[in-house]
Write a protein that binds this ligand. Sequence first.
Ligand code: NAD
Length: 298
Amino acid sequence: MILSGKEVSAAVYSRIESQIASLSEKHSVTPGLAVVLVGEDPASQSYVNSKAKKCEKLGIYSEKHVLDTDTSQADVLALIDTLNNKPEINGILVQSPQPPQIDERAIIDAINPQKDVDCFHPVNVGKMLIGDEDGFVPCTPAGVMEILAHYEIETQGKHAVVLGRSNIVGKPMCALLSRKGKYANCTVTMCHSRTQNLNEICLQADIIIAATGIPEMVRGDMVKDDVVIIDVGINRVDDASDKRGYRLVGDVAFDEVEPKASAITPVPGGVGPMTIAMLLQNTIRAACQQNSIALESL
Ligand code: NAD
């Protein structure tokens, strides 16, 4: 079975649309998202533009703040302070990577945790770990959990192997899969660049979440029959036959692994489309919390 992020994100957007309509009709609230970009990284600009475009389409108020590459740390902090205190803004996202004079950690720490829709602030990371529903869940791992739930993948008691230990994917992925609850309750093994016997560990996995950024590193002989594969990787590899000169591949060798897998996400069209959808879902959650509205009542 192909796990289509296009299909799941469409379901999330349709839920979001009805929540936005209900927020407006019942409460006269319009959710607002501010996206901050320091510098001119073309990939970041394209991410920021697609986030702003999606907001416009759905009726979410959005602000795009593009600052010069040489902007000082103090000026970025001053902008965060303004956004923290602006009632129209419910969510703040600072796009990575940032130029070297910017201390990314200090910027994240300065965001009001209630507006930290990326879930990078230590308060929200802590809340996610203890299962406090008041916080946020980081967007890409939240997207993976949404895919598992949408396709009703049985996860209880299964051995999930997560490849990667980054703060934005690997670590939160392990925390969410091992939580109590439906589409969680996994036994989790976290693997990383220093893991020994990776093939042996992967062969024991019922579910593999690949987030290493290494193109097609999970091969057919590393997985057992009926494995569930979630491929978070998005990598460009040279391809002269493609008019762009490259194609996108995941961290999993799809053609080798797909025949053995019971379910697998493709790249592109798998986890990729989920991230912005979950960011906007977090923005609506933030708007509800800041206006004392129960999200479930919408
Ligand atoms: P990262 O570079 O921060 O982390 C990579 C991780 O892989 C590290 O923790 C490292 O220890 C681990 N690793 C490296 N070599 C390994 C090996 N041989 N075996 C096991 N683990 C190994 O990357 P990231 O930000 O977590 O992103 C991972 C991938 O996911 C990238 O391809 C990225 O483009 C993609 N990504 C996709 C989305 C999305 O929206 N779908 C969002 C974020 C990241």
